[in-house]
Design a protein around this ligand. Structure first.
Ligand code: AMP
Ligand code: ZN
Length: 109
């Protein structure tokens, strides 16, 4: 059984506030939002972070960005939002399952 928090969320072993789901990607509301909109998008397949990504994953990465844009539109961010991923502990990664933060709804430096 996996010890990965986000794999447990993807498998529905832990509940979350789901914003979007399909075969490849899950998007949930961040439990500790840093902006009025703070959504996490993650591939359902476990990848640790960008360091784990291979050339065969490029479609998946592009799709996640496209999906982030679609969700941003759906929640009314109106073309102003941040999409970012932390890679590695020193960069602030705390959950070691690749995920992208979609944030918006306020002025951000
Ligand atoms: P990072 O620091 O980039 O690894 O981001 C991890 C994010 O996961 C943080 O913004 C946390 O608030 C968020 N988080 C941790 N546990 C949960 C959870 N159970 N449900 C939703 N978001 C979570
Ligand atoms: Zn995982």
């Amino acid at each position: 059984m996996t010890e990965c928090l986000f794999c447990k969320i993807i498998n529905k072993d832990i509940s979350s506030s789901i914003v979007f789901e399909d075969d490849d990607v899950l998007a949930i509301n961040d439990i500790n939002p840093q902006a009025p909109v703070h959504i996490l998008l993650m591939p359902k397949r476990h990848l640790t972070n960008l360091e784990d990504v291979e050339e065969s994953d490029l479609n998946l990465l592009g799709y996640i960005q496209f999906r982030a844009r679609e969700i941003a539109r759906q929640v009314g961010l109106d073309g102003h939002y941040r999409v970012m991923t932390n890679c590695g502990e020193k960069a602030g990664q705390r959950v070691f399952h690749l995920h992208y933060h979609l944030m918006g709804g306020k002025e951000m430096d």
